[in-house]
Design a protein around this ligand. Structure first.
Ligand SMILES: Nc1ncnc2c1ncn2[C@@H]1O[C@H](COP(=O)(O)OP(=O)(O)OP(=O)(O)O)[C@@H](O)[C@H]1O
Ligand SMILES: [Mg+2]
Length: 316
């Protein structure tokens, strides 16, 4: 079943199109990743889809409901964690969760149960009595995400929920989200941390300057991109001739080079690696480090965004 459908959805601010004729189709029961650089239009899209702002033009249907006709009906069925921090400074962690449940008319007994479960799931037990204003940034973010699970919903929008979280809390949250998707929740998830999208998302849309550049599964994106492996070389010393020697190797696409660090994409990494080692050995160029890894989403993303905007420089 389709959960989100948009048609020519646009939002402009003055002459800037923050979202430009967006055509989205998100199926139920999956995590849909929405990736893009700063200012790409991710948060604006979330605000449109959650009916918090009005589109300049275009239409959308959320959970089968026409957003122009029944925005309130949509809001009752969705959850949203916006990018901006939102909390009541003097409330304790447990009271924040409880109050959020009250706002959603969750019965008292059920609230009590959910608060305990979420304190446990989000590792907040030790700080349950602390006031929001006294929490660290990551702790506060965890509370902000946790409280959204005080109520039932069919569709959840998360705008960069892991910003400020340490690696353990981050993984914990991603696994928690995965478990919720298994029970039928659909998640629309923005991030620019691509390894997260790879770990979590069933489908990924890359957006830049308000337009979708591509939509696919993380795996299909990798194979569509073609370059199977990324070879990274770190040399002890800068030698001017290195790059021109390496660029003569067949299927050896040099993507980055600053003299000592060289990044290469290749579809024949075994052959290319042997040739690189041979050349560096013949020329007595010392290698500090050499690795070959499957091309990840990060590289695909940088490439696509840079193709979309020729003035955008790829940096390492
Ligand atoms: N209320 C507003 N008034 C004017 N311009 C806005 C407004 N909100 C967003 N924009 C502009 O719209 C564009 C998209 O912004 P948006 O916040 O959606 O980007 P984003 O992809 O969420 O970026 P980030 O990764 O930094 O969160 C930007 O150019 C931004 O300056
Ligand atoms: Mg944003």
């Amino acid at each position: 079943m389709s959960c989100i459908e948009t048609s020519h959805l646009s939002k402009s601010y003055g002459s800037v199109f923050a979202v430009d004729s967006l055509e989205l189709s998100v199926q139920s029961g999956q995590v849909f990743g929405f990736l893009g650089p700063n200012g790409a239009g991710k948060s604006t899209t979330i605000k449109l889809l959650t009916t918090l702002i009005q589109p300049t033009s275009g239409s959308m249907s959320i959970l089968g409901i026409d957003a122009a006709k029944n925005p309130l009906q949509i809001r009752h069925k969705i959850g949203v964690v916006l990018q901006q921090p939102s909390y009541e400074p003097t409330l304790s962690v447990e009271k924040s969760l409880d109050k959020y449940g009250m706002m959603w008319n969750v019965p008292r007994n059920e609230r009590k149960k959910r608060v305990e479960q979420l304190l446990f799931d989000f590792d907040l037990k030790e700080i349950r009595k602390k006031r929001n204003e006294d929490l660290s940034i990551g702790q506060r973010r965890r509370v902000q995400v946790a409280r959204e699970f005080m109520h039932d919903m069919d569709l959840l929008f998360l705008d960069e929920p892991t910003v400020g979280l340490d690696p353990k809390a981050r993984r914990n949250l991603l696994d928690y989200l995965k478990s919720k998707v298994k029970t039928g929740l659909t998640i629309f998830y923005t991030t620019h941390i691509l390894s997260e999208a790879e770990y979590l998302c069933d489908k990924v849309a890359i957006i830049d300057k308000g337009k979708i550049v591509t939509v696919d599964t993380p795996d299909a994106l990798k194979s569509k991109f073609g370059n199977k492996k990324t070879i990274k070389i770190h040399l002890n010393d800068e030698r001017k001739e290195t790059v021109s020697l390496l660029s003569n190797i067949e299927d050896c696409k040099i993507d980055f080079n600053n003299g000592t660090d060289i990044v290469i994409h290749s579809e024949k990494p075994g052959y290319v690696l042997l040739q690189i080692l041979k050349i560096l050995n013949d020329e007595a160029i010392e290698i500090e480090d050499l690795s070959a890894v499957p091309t990840n989403l990060e590289e695909i993303f940088l490439r696509m965004v840079s193709q979309n905007a020729p003035d955008h420089q790829i940096s390492k």
